[in-house]
Design a protein around this ligand. Sequence first.
Ligand SMILES: [Zn+2]
Ligand SMILES: [Zn+2]
Length: 335
Amino acid sequence: MAAICPVCSLEGLPGERFCEECGTPLGATLCASCGAGAVDADGYCGRCGVRQPTGRDHAEIELTAGAVRVAGVSDRGLRHSHNEDAMALTVTAVPAGPYAAVPAGTGDPVAGPAGWQGGRDAFPPPAAGGTPGGAGHAVVGVVCDGVSTSPRPEEASQTAADTAAAVLAERLAAGADAVAATYQAVAAAAGAVAGLADSLFDAPACTLVSAVVDPRHVTVGWVGDSRAYWLSGPGSALLTQDDAGPGHVLTAWLGADAGEVVPHVRSFAPEGPGVVLVCSDGLWNYYPDPLALAQAVPDAAADPLAAARTLVELALQAGGRDNITVLVIPFTGRR
Ligand SMILES: [Zn+2]
Ligand SMILES: [Zn+2]
């Protein structure tokens, strides 16, 4: 089969690898920006030099968890050339079983919605013969934001999100409680990101926030300033507390230069339906207020993908200065 040159439309001879007329590699992809240059192996246009969009520039996920849909949207934003955010969203079947208490001495008290129990003893000790966690589906959502001053931030965030989600899904399916699984998942993600570094001075880094929404509980874990919110009308609340100092400077992250990583883990048993929103600072820098977020997507439980798209669009309209990632996970209590 003879190939047609994508640039000058000359038909090449069978077996030719380059256009005889203009030298363009035959079978090359054309630039999404100028429409006339061939894209090289590294993703750059040979004519105008623009880096081609990748799957991460705008990505969407939608899954079904029992009778409930869950969704995520990640977008490069308007000012960054790469999307250094990463997301992972999975659904796993979980067995019924008692939940263990949180290891003592972890976490600090934090304000939260009704039913919230932060830090120590996140779950009451299971009553004899009781099964606080019912069988059903657990949704696992993870958002990681690559630290743009570190090398290969997009690799750090993808590695962390994939690792944490895989460990959470595996542990939950095996019957582990969500709090213990979250500690294990963050530790595994921290190790994987640290393993990307060539040296302490060349250490890829990222934030991490995870949410597990199971039939009875919402459990969040985080390192850094990516956030989780509980959206439920006037009961809406921020579930996380940023690891950040004055001027937005991160005080904790995942990476070989991070020292010992101690995640915050919080869990609560919602008293009614709501939506867990997991996001990077590309959204909350513009919309930090839980109530404003809830009001922006009143139908989030019914159509999570539409809600995630709406929130990303709001951040873009507000300036889109950073990468934006949003996961929307409804809680019904009946998965
Ligand atoms: Zn040609
Ligand atoms: Zn081009």
